[in-house]
Design a protein around this ligand. Structure first.
Ligand SMILES: NC(=O)C1=CN([C@@H]2O[C@H](COP(=O)(O)OP(=O)(O)OC[C@H]3O[C@@H](n4cnc5c(N)ncnc54)[C@H](OP(=O)(O)O)[C@@H]3O)[C@@H](O)[C@H]2O)C=CC1
Ligand SMILES: Nc1nc2c(c(=O)[nH]1)N=C([C@H](O)[C@@H](O)CO)CN2
Length: 178
């Protein structure tokens, strides 16, 4: 556990931890490659947040007696997965569950919450047709960008009475997808 020890040697007091790191690729048709993907996705979406949170738990300090904060960036599809991204989705669902478990485990000293984005930032891989399709499935019909995700994280950090919460930042998309 050298990583955890190195982290502790560098972090004396921590106000908040935001777990944003992620891998995002469709599940390979090759089973060997898919197994390798599972390891990669498990480590970045579940193992790393678990290790970092446990390693720094005793170093976390809120302000003026309020709890400290951990925020996990998950995905609106944790309960309505996209089969083509099943490995991605199951490990993000694991991160969502870790949010709930650690909210119970770390209270009252630390709040643990999630922000679940919908498609907020398209990549070059998204054709104009795909973008239009996704916008047609989004009630607010715009590409949200990173700012709404930041504002959701900020609202969690400034509200001392929220833990075990997941904020969907998706323009209402979760309401329209079947
Ligand atoms: N963009 C969107 O529409 C949506 C995003 N989200 C979630 O929001 C978050 C941010 O999204 P976005 O910025 O688009 O994500 P990107 O895929 O563009 O970036 C992911 C980041 O995670 C980093 N990363 C990956 N693996 C590791 C690792 N092992 N250690 C450290 N860093 C790592 C990458 O660094 P590097 O470049 O060095 O590999 C990269 O900077 C992610 O958790 C994503 O799953 C959820 C739903 C929709
Ligand atoms: N790590 C990432 N996760 C996700 C991304 C991304 O670009 N990086 N994008 C999405 C979106 O839903 C979008 O690609 C539409 O499929 C999901 N997660």
């Amino acid at each position: 556990m050298q990583f955890a020890e190195a982290l502790k040697s560098r972090c004396h007091t921590v106000r908040a931890i935001i777990h944003n790191a992620s891998s995002f690729t469709p599940t390979s048709d090759d089973l060997v490659e898919a197994a390798q993907q599972y390891h990669q996705f498990f480590y970045v979406h579940m193992m790393a947040p678990f290790i970092v949170n446990e390693a720094l738990r005793d170093r976390m300090r809120g302000e003026n007696g309020a709890p400290a904060d951990i925020v996990h960036i998950t995905d609106i599809n944790v309960e309505n997965p996209t089969p083509r991204f099943d490995i991605y989705g199951t490990t993000k669902a694991g991160l969502h569950n870790l949010t709930l478990a650690q909210a119970k485990k770390f209270a009252p000293d630390i709040k643990v919450n999630a922000v679940a984005p919908g498609p907020v930032l398209f990549t070059e891989s998204h054709s104009q047709e795909v973008r239009q399709q996704m916008m047609s499935e989004t009630p607010l019909a715009v590409e949200g960008g990173a700012e709404p995700v930041f504002l959701a994280v900020k609202s969690l950090l400034t509200n001392p009475f929220l833990t075990g919460v997941s904020i969907a930042v998706d323009g209402g998309r979760r309401l329209s997808k079947r």
